[in-house]
Write a protein that binds this ligand. Sequence first.
Ligand SMILES: [Zn+2]
Length: 231
Amino acid sequence: MRLTDAHIHLADRTEGFPHDRYELFCTCVAQHSQWKTQASFSYSNGVRFYGIHPWYAEEWAHDVSDELVSILENDHKAHVGEIGLDSKRGTMELEEKAFAEQLDIASEMDRCVNIHNIGCDGTLVSMLKRHGNGCRSIILHSFKNPDAHPFSGLECYFSLNPRLLSKSEANVREIFRNLPKGRILLETDYPHVPKDFVSAEEFINRLASILGMSPEELSGTAADNLRRALE
Ligand SMILES: [Zn+2]
C-alpha cells in the first residue's frame, strides 16, 4: 500500500505520526505562531504549507502577509494552507479578507492551497474563481459533498478524511461515484483524528472495502494524484 496524506498538522503533534512509512505528506498550520515550528521540519517526504486558518482570521495582517510572501520566495517547495471559510465559527468578513488575500498570494506565486470549508460552498467557489485562478492546485480538505459539480473547471482535488466513514456506506459510495478519480486524495488531519481512528492503513482498508476496490488501487490512485497536485 502506498501511504500519502494530503492534510495533517505536525506542528500540533509530531509524536505518533509514522512519517517514515509515508511516501508523501502535506503538513498544514492554522496559526502564525506555528510557522516557526513548521519551518523547522525537514522531512524529505513532507511538504510544508503555511497559512492562517479561518478560525484565526484576525491574525491576518500586513506583516503576516509580507512574511508569507518571503517564506514562499525562499522555499519554492512550500505552499499555502490551511486557509478557508467557516460559517460556524468566526467573523465572515475577516475570514473572507484573509482567504482572498492568501489565495491571491498562492495564485501569483503558482502554489497549491489546502482549504477548510464548513458550509460556505457558494462563496468558496466564487472566491476561488476570482482569486484562485493561478493556484497550482486546490486541495479541498475533508471533502464530503454529494455533489462536486460546483467545483468543476477549477484545479480542485478532493481529499477524503476518516470522518467520511461516519456516513452510511451507500452515502460514501455515492460521494465517491461523483468525484473524478484523477482528483481523489486521502488524508487523516492528524492529530485531529476521530475517536475510533486506528491508523491510515485501517482507514484505507475500510474505505476500499466499502468502494469495492483493493487498498492498493485506492492508495495508489491517491498517491499518483497527490504527486500531480504538487508538481
Ligand atoms: Zn486541518
